[in-house]
Structure formats: structure tokens, C-alpha cells
Design a protein around this ligand. Sequence first.
Ligand SMILES: N[C@@H](CCC[C@H](N)C(=O)O)C(=O)O
Length: 364
Amino acid sequence: MEIAATATVSVAPQSRRLWNVFSKKLVTSSSSFLRFGFFERKYCFGSSRLRVSAASMDAVTAEKISPAASFVDKRENGVLHFVKYHGLGNDFILVDNRDSSEPKITQEQAAKLCDRNFGVGADGVIFAMPGVNGTDYTMRIFNSDGSEPEMCGNGVRCFARFIAELENLQGKHSFTIHTGAGLIVPEIQDDGQVKVDMGTPILKAEDVPTKLKGNKGEAVVQGELVVDGVSWNVTCVSMGNPHCVTFGKKGGPNLKVDDLNLPEIGPKFEHHEMFPARTNTEFVEVLSRSHLKMRVWERGAGATLACGTGACALVVAAVLEGRTNRKCTVDLPGGPLEIEWKEEDNHIYMTGPAEPVFYGSALL
Ligand SMILES: N[C@@H](CCC[C@H](N)C(=O)O)C(=O)O
């Protein structure tokens, strides 16, 4: 029996070696052809196109199909193709959703996929969708608990790198991205890092939103938040999504963030009645006027290794509290981010890495 098959497969540079292995196997083993078939889908990502024709292969008979390969090969419905990325260990399942303005999976399915034991494992699922109002793309994200936030700083850097792979773009590139927080503009740098114009911070208490009363105009700056009978100094900032930033307790010493029991204290901030939309919370230690260290408890995701919107929010808080300059390095558990809150345009700029980890297909 002659099999004619053509597969157009594009792969991320990091994955090229793996694909080379696949393609080598393809010409040396007929059963590998069937394994390859699992990946031989319309789904394409990456920058190097590999065109494979199996028409000239020796006859491959149906008897050679192993039951397992056959099962996998047949699956198309109920399968989600994805690429896993991370930004400083804040990890996401990226989905090519450019053909539709409806996410390919539900919030419940996203929560299942994010489970680190029963799913792929991630802090969230991000969908690359068609742009609106003249923007290049729309980014939507579901947290690992299935809730939908407005924005994600580390996620948008991953998004930019994902788009560059999908569109086969090399070198410096910027995109206009519509998000729940408005227009966000990431730019891939020559060194592969991504610099993002994160827009302007929102400080008006009711827009953050927080029920705490504004004490510096309409903003909450070093306001008092009582958590389990203990008073904390907090500054509330929205980067499109809500953040509560604290440098320590009222009248207490500056925080040593390594000493915190984050899983115990984090949820008490997240679900505090003063935050009607829940909140992300950044616990911050000042190392110098241009160097901060933070740990984060994220709304809908818990303790994560990094939070880009959080790093931006805490530099705004640090400046408003007179603790630092407008340009800082922020050390997060997963590594550093460079943040600048520019006086000229009131915009915040975040620079950091985003890396692909693996690609795959998940059964839904
Ligand atoms: N990790 C993200 C923030 C993701 C959204 C957040 N959990 C929320 O619900 O607001 C970042 O890097 O900004």
C-alpha cells in the first residue's frame, strides 16, 4: 500500500533538534511515520518550516499501526495544541486562537489544564486572538483557578515571543495588543528580551478597586489594612488588574520577605472585604533606591515565581511612598525585571525574558 502524506510543520528554534530527530526517524522507520503523524496537523508554529513527503517511502501497511499510535493519531477533536512558555518561572499555556474571537477552551477546562498533577501545569492559559479596533492582536488569559484577569505582564512578554514564532518573525518587532487593561505594546529586543509599554497606573481607590478610603487625593498610599487584627501599610495600584502593595506592618520594621508565611497570609489579602474584585498582593523589601525584592500572592493563582503587573505596581507604590527612584530592578523569586515609571508620559515600561519550554497536545 502506498501512503502519500505531506506535513507542514514549523518548530521553535529550541525544538528544532527534536524535530530533526523526528524527521530522521521518519525516513528510517515506518512506525515512526505514524508517531510523526500525531504532530502532523494543520497547527503550525515556529520559524523553520519542515516539509515532509512520505510518498516515496516503502509501503507502510495498516498491520504495522500499533494500537497506541493509532489511537493518538486519530485524535483531533477534544485535543488542544499548545506551546508552554514562562517568564521568570511564571508559566503559561499559549494557544493559537487567531482564527476566532472565542477562546478554544472554557474556563473550567483551563483550570484543569493548569493543574500541576492532573493537567499540563501552569499559572494560566493565554489565547492569541484577532485584534480589535485596529490592534494587531487580542490577548485573553484565564488564571489557574479559571477566573479571567484583565492583564498579565509576564504573559504579554510570552505572548509577543509566541506571535513572533507563529508569524515567523526574526529580530526586533513590536505589536499592539488589546487586553482587558487596554492597549499594551510589547517590543522584542535584539537580545530576545521583551520590553513592554504597560500603560499608565490607575490610583483612584474605587477604580483599583478597593473600598479603602483615598488618603492622598483619591489614591490609597500607605493606607491601613487590618488583616487578622494586625495593621499593614498598603498602597493600592491597578495595572488594569488590582494590586495591594505592602512594605510592612504599621509601626513595624521593614519587611524581610524571606521570613513571610505566604500561603497563610496571601489568601487573607486576596479575599479581604476591602477588595471587591479580590486582589494580587506584593510583599516588598527595599534593598536600595533602585533595587527591590518581592514575593507575590496572585489573585486566582496563589504564590507564583513572578508577576509582571505586580513588579510595575510595586515600583509605582515605592515611588509614591518616597522609597525609591522611578527606575528599579525588581528581584522576584524567578529572577529580575527592569521597571521604569517614566515621568514624561506617566507610562510604565517593563523589560524581561520570555522563553518557550515545550509544545504539545492536551486531551480535553
Ligand atoms: N502573573 C501575572 C498576573 C496574572 C493575573 C493575576 N493573577 C490577576 O488575577 O490579576 C503578571 O505577570 O502580571
